[in-house]
Design a binder for this molecule. Sequence first.
Ligand code: 2AM
Length: 173
Amino acid sequence: MRLFLALTPPPELRTRFGELADLAQARCGGRRIPDANLHLTLAFLGEVSPTRLDSLAHRVRQLKVQADSWTLDEWGCFRSPRIVWIGGARPDPALQRLHSTLWQELAALGFEGGPSRYIPHLTLLRRAERLDTPKLPAFRIDWPYCQVELVHSVTGPGGSRYTTLARSRAVKG
Ligand code: 2AM
């Protein structure tokens, strides 16, 4: 089963991110990610044997994620997969720490393959026809978060469907 750890936006931000996805698609073309699928991947695990799910979900439920906020204020793209995304103009130490902590936890469970470099990004479009992001309007959105989710991705003819299998404890403040 294909799994990843992610932050998922609260409903009001999902709508705002969806509006940015519409703007991006109008300018760049490509396949817009549906609002329901918008997320920030923190750790991509790839194919995981279902026999490992219980221990992984258990660990995720034990995690204490320090509440923080991610500021998104920049358009970006990955050229070869032709992905258009939004992220932060400046490095975000809290997200980098969270990414490292998660991969330490995952390594303790025997998962390998944490990337050496992490670029926090929220994908809005895939297979964009034009990577014309400099012409897109400026924006600034603060995304408060306090929970990581373990997400199962199933790819079907209509695209990917995501199901949350476990959530970390919410630790406010
Ligand atoms: P993306 O948005 O940059 O494509 C579910 O597929 C999530 O895992 C997506 O957010 C995707 O990131 C990420 N993902 C998919 N394949 C990946 C890979 N090989 N390495 C890292 N992240 C990946």
